[in-house]
Design a protein around this ligand. Structure first.
Ligand SMILES: Nc1ncnc2c1ncn2[C@@H]1O[C@H](COP(=O)(O)OP(=O)(O)OP(=O)(O)O)[C@@H](O)[C@H]1O
Ligand SMILES: [Mg+2]
Length: 234
């Protein structure tokens, strides 16, 4: 059982880029074992939120805690904290093979090659181990990104638009992977069917502001959420 303090918590985070308020007083508790969705129109601040958690972007105000203790992320310490992230799009080292990319994500322990091989197997791309990512189809490269994140056996897996550019079959595969991930997941995604089917709870951002938080059924029927998306499409 988890106590209320366990897991990652964001407290009143505010991020400005010049005059632009990218995150506006955002608080979120990421309970261990849950799949937490973060949705909102383009530019709502979803990737920025991930960047703050990962230490790529500093917040002007607010704080974070991990298991109740102050948490100040640094990108190179993330794996040590048990946090792994995939990038929006594909973000491999192009000079490295698929296997080497996944090896780069290994946390510690013995037999890194075996850990990497197991992650490739789990992601269904073992046959591509020796190939260079740039030569592979987009969907395979997205799986390499997942394998690199999963190989560290993270306690928090952060996925930034993992379904972007994928077809229905690939998204179905991804859905199963997330369901069976057996870890905490933070999911930024525009693909609503995926979000609604895998998330336990969803935070909705609009122009950096949290406008709704709750389980999929609540979010689906919240007029504020529909308005935000309609406003963005107009
Ligand atoms: N490093 C930066 N410098 C200046 N502005 C930035 C920077 N990063 C993001 N922004 C701006 O902050 C806002 C939020 O961007 P962010 O990338 O977090 O949105 P998002 O919700 O991930 O959008 P998308 O769904 O398109 O990926 C946008 O207006 C964006 O242009
Ligand atoms: Mg983004």
């Amino acid at each position: 059982m988890s106590t209320p303090d366990q897991g990652l918590a964001l407290h009143h985070l505010t991020v400005r880029f010049g005059g632009l308020l990218a995150l506006d007083d955002v608080s979120l508790r990421v309970t261990p074992g849950r799949v937490v969705g973060i949705i909102g129109p383009n530019g709502a601040g979803k990737t920025t939120l991930f960047n703050v958690v990962c230490g790529f972007v500093g917040a002007q105000a607010g704080s974070m805690t991990l298991d109740g203790r102050p948490f100040r992320a640094r990108p190179h310490h993330l794996v040590r904290h048990g946090i792994a992230r995939t990038l929006q799009g594909v973000g491999q080292f192009n000079g490295l093979s698929v296997l080497e990319n996944v090896l780069a994500g290994v946390r510690s322990g013995r037999k890194p090659e075996q850990q990497a091989a197991a992650a490739l197997e789990r992601c269904g791309i073992a046959e591509h181990a020796r190939q260079m990512p740039a030569t592979l189809p987009y969907a395979v490269r997205k799986r390499v990104e997942l394998a690199r994140a999963l190989v560290s056996k993270p306690r928090i897996l952060m996925l930034d638009e993992p379904a972007g550019g994928l077809d229905t079959d690939e998204i179905r595969w991804l859905e199963t992977l997330i369901r069976e991930a057996d870890t905490t997941v933070m999911l930024v995604e525009h693909h609503m069917d995926l979000v609604m089917s895998v998330c336990d709870e969803i935070l909705v951002l609009d122009f950096g502001k949290p406008i709704a938080f709750g389980p999929p059924d609540t979010i689906r029927n919240d007029p504020k959420v529909t308005d935000a998306y309609l406003g963005a499409a107009a």
